[in-house]
Design a protein around this ligand. Structure first.
Ligand SMILES: Cc1cc2nc3c(=O)[nH]c(=O)nc-3n(C[C@H](O)[C@H](O)[C@H](O)COP(=O)(O)OP(=O)(O)OC[C@H]3O[C@@H](n4cnc5c(N)ncnc54)[C@H](O)[C@@H]3O)c2cc1C
Length: 497
């Protein structure tokens, strides 16, 4: 009997395996394929995601295979005018790292799997396909086929997380319908490896909003570059992926002698969210729960935010520190958050994918040439759940400053709830609150650190409570406010023993 079985060893499953491995839970990973999916899909992740890697000790390893993307993204029309930009960012953004990174997905997945290999409590079984799922009152039975021998076996786990991608079996068993957010469009994804004499091309991502053929250009890592090319009416997919067609499509920028083709595959981008991420002991995470067009580079990021949200809740429930109801806050918190990102990606898709020349002219007129609009990465709040209040910054991630001792904040925090603030406010809380903090292992961090005090002063607070996933659970101006936040912690999440 495992505590948790994870079905699927893509980025969501592998990150969850690291988080549960670190939490000391007995974990089984079942993956039907023998090797990491070799074709690059995701190429971008954000600063919050780097912080998740940091939380499982993989930041340095991920940094060695990724590139900080400091130059932002531009949306350019057919005449070459910039309509919209996402600004560049510093090396040290709010999460204590760059705000955007580029990477090659198979390399990242290898780093995640290497991380998992350090945990003796995580059993990884490759070439094991889950064929049937039978929920029981206090556990779940999984029927598994070993592709090497064809032998079928049964395994049991207290909880099962379906990190099994867009065609999820777990989602089918739960019976969750998909809410459609409207965008379904085939795009050709064309990856190349530049040769040394290739012409200079932009370092930043460019969305070519040309109604004749919308395209995206991305600098990935090292000599790897990507075009994403929208399919137009009348395109024959089989012809489109032929080398001759591919080179013709990008002939404005480069010629066959400038690069080797790595692959060219047609994907249909979707915008959907499952309604029902949990049924009893079955849960969904990643592409099984939602899919977004990649215009913001957020599909995998959302998957990793899912598992960072879920891991500490599963740990609390399995260790008897919280009731099962805590697991319901997983969807109620995450679904509106991922909804906001998908909606923005669909809006950007409407800008990029305008193929009607009149609509494209209207769009260009809206965006006044020479005065590009700037859009910020959204920072939506979590939906209702383990939160005291529903107004930002509650429900947003707390920044990760470098503290006066030179260490990053998260290195002080570990994976606990934490109260950070002015000493007199922390020491002024009630006896009851102090007892709850002791019994639920809340980390108490009275601080005089300039970076932390400056954030508190700027927002008009004296203290905050952070959750293990670094989201702000509640804010306080007084000790009594902290008593209220702590009462909310007991009501929504942890039960003092
Ligand atoms: C062209 C493209 C560009 C993208 N760009 C970005 C980007 O820049 N940034 C970003 O954040 N995201 C991006 N994405 C999205 C990102 O790739 C996905 O969101 C991410 O891979 C999802 O991870 P996952 O672990 O949920 O699912 P997957 O990676 O699909 O993994 C699911 C795993 O489950 C296994 N599995 C399925 N069923 C079973 C079963 N029954 N038994 C055992 N194993 C099973 C599969 O073999 C697979 O290994 C992009 C996607 C595409 C297609």
């Amino acid at each position: 009997m495992f505590d948790v079985a994870i079905i699927g060893y893509g980025p969501a499953g592998a990150t969850l395996a690291n988080l549960l491995g670190q939490a000391g839970l007995s974990t089984l990973v079942l993956e039907k394929e023998a090797v990491i999916y070799p074709l690059p899909r995701a190429i971008h992740f954000d600063g919050e995601v780097m912080r998740i890697f940091q939380s499982v000790g993989l930041r340095q390893a991920v940094e060695t295979i990724s590139r900080a993307g400091l130059k932002g993204m531009q949306f350019v029309n057919a005449k070459g005018d910039t309509l919209l930009t996402r600004g560049g960012t510093a090396h040290q953004g709010p999460h204590g790292c760059a705000s955007n990174y580029y990477f090659h997905q198979p390399q990242l997945e290898q780093v995640l799997r290497d991380g998992v290999s350090h945990f003796g409590n995580v059993d990884v079984r490759l070439q094991h396909e889950v064929t049937d799922i039978t929920p029981q009152a206090d556990h779940v039975n999984l029927s598994v086929t070993d592709a090497r021998t064809g032998q079928a076996t049964e395994v049991q786990a207290r909880y099962v997380v379906g990190c099994d991608g867009a065609r999820s079996l777990v989602r089918k068993v739960i019976g969750s319908p998909m809410k459609d957010l409207g965008l379904h469009q085939p795009w050709l994804v064309f990856d190349v490896l530049l040769k040394s004499h290739a012409p200079a091309l932009p370092d930043h991502t460019v969305q070519y909003c040309d109604p004749a053929r919308p395209m995206t250009w991305c600098n990935v890592t090292e000599n790897r570059r990507r075009w994403e090319i929208m399919l137009m009416p009348g395109d024959d997919p089989a012809v489109l992926v032929q080398p001759e067609t591919l080179w013709t499509l990008v002939s404005r920028w480069m010629k066959p002698e400038h690069a080797d083709i790595e692959r060219a595959v047609i994907y249909t981008f979707h915008s959907v969210i499952a309604e029902g991420w949990r049924k009893d002991r079955l849960l969904l995470a990643g592409d099984s729960a939602h899919q977004t067009p990649p215009f913001l580079g957020q599909g995998m990021c959302a998957a990793l935010r899912d598992v960072a949200n879920l891991a500490w809740k599963l740990e609390a429930v399995l260790r008897g520190r919280a009731s099962e109801a805590l697991l319901d806050t997983y969807e109620s918190e995450r679904s509106p958050h991922v909804h906001a990102f998908i909606e923005l990606a669909v809006k950007l898709g409407d800008i990029i994918q305008a193929t009607d020349p009149d609509k494209a002219r209207e769009r260009d007129a809206h965006f006044k040439a020479g005065q590009p609009e700037i859009f910020e990465f959204p920072s939506p709040c979590l939906g209702a759940g383990v939160l005291h209040g529903n107004k930002a910054p509650v429900g947003q991630p707390f920044p990760q400053p470098v503290l006066a001792d030179g260490r990053l904040l998260d290195e002080h925090l570990g994976n606990h709830f934490a109260v950070i603030g002015r000493a007199h406010v922390l020491s002024g809380v009630s006896e009851e609150t102090q007892q709850v903090w002791r019994e639920t292992d809340v980390l108490i961090m009275p601080t005089q650190d300039p970076a932390l005090l400056s954030w508190l002063d700027e927002h008009g607070f004296a203290a905050i409570m952070l959750r293990p996933d670094r989201y702000i659970m509640g804010t306080a101006r007084t000790s009594e406010d902290l008593d209220a936040v702590t009462a909310c912690l007991c009501a929504t999440a942890l039960q003092p023993h």
